[in-house]
Every structure is written in structure tokens, then in C-alpha cells.
Design a protein around this ligand. Sequence first.
Ligand SMILES: Nc1nc2c([nH]c(=O)n2[C@@H]2O[C@H](COP(=O)(O)OP(=O)(O)OP(=O)(O)O)[C@@H](O)[C@H]2O)c(=O)[nH]1
Length: 133
Amino acid sequence: MSLLLVVAAALVDAQDRVLIAQRPPGKQLAGLWEFPGGKLDPGERPEEALVRELAEELGVIVDARDLTPLTFASHAYEAFHLLMPLYLCRRWSGEPQSREGQALAWARPGELDAAQMPPADAPLIAPLVALLG
Ligand SMILES: Nc1nc2c([nH]c(=O)n2[C@@H]2O[C@H](COP(=O)(O)OP(=O)(O)OP(=O)(O)O)[C@@H](O)[C@H]2O)c(=O)[nH]1
């Protein structure tokens, strides 16, 4: 079993909406909506990796101190087992923009559709609904 650590963020705006990004065509799980984030580079700390990914994918600047652990996903994909901490972030600088061609959307957690998200993400919806409605 190979374990893959991916860090992800729920960016939450003033209306308690969460930012989701659509995986571009050609990638694994293309078309599904996920939380911004990604894999760690060698030697990187998880929070440092997430700050970097948010800058690369969305052009926003996040202070690692504004990343709060919320919950995590643990899911057996065929090729690897994904372990993905999900951090909550309510403060950043800049307006999130699509830097990698991905569509972006703000959604109330109660409107998130598990069927349109990667299978690992389905259990992440309930904690977000409990927190934000
Ligand atoms: N960022 C993110 N990745 C997720 C989520 N749910 C989920 O299963 N994943 C999986 O975690 C991995 C994230 O890797 P990634 O975004 O860094 O890499 P990628 O597949 O785009 O490929 P890459 O190597 O070309 O960057 C993918 O296998 C992706 O399918 C999620 O909500 N957010």
C-alpha cells in the first residue's frame, strides 16, 4: 500500500461559502469538484505546502497561522491510499483566481454534491455542514 499525503483547504468567505475547484480535463478525476490543495514537495511541512499550493492555484496569500485543522479524508483509491487533512481558512489576501485553468465556485456546504466530488471527499461534507450550515 502506498500512502499519499495531500493537503487541502476549505477557504470560507463572509457568507460561509466554501471555495471549490473543478479538476481540469485530462487529469485523473477530471470534471469533479475538489478543495484546493495538493501534494507536499520533498522536505515541506504540510501547512507550508498548502500555503504554496493556494498561491500557485488561486493566487491568494495565506498565513500558515490562519490554517485551522478541520477534519481529514482517508480513502483507498486503487493506486494509493489518500490521507488528506482539510484545513479551514477564513483569512487570506487577494481575490481567488483560476491560475491553472480550473473553474472555481463558491458553495454553501449544504449545497455540496458528493456525487460531483472525488470519492474521498464525501465524508468531508458533513463536518462542513455542521460548522457552517
Ligand atoms: N487537492 C485535492 N486533491 C484531492 C481531493 N480529493 C481527492 O481525492 N484528491 C486527490 O488527491 C490527489 C491530489 O493531487 P494533486 O492535485 O497534487 O495532483 P494531481 O492529481 O492534480 O496531479 P499532478 O501530479 O499532475 O499535480 C489527486 O489524486 C486527487 O484526486 C481534494 O478535495 N483536493
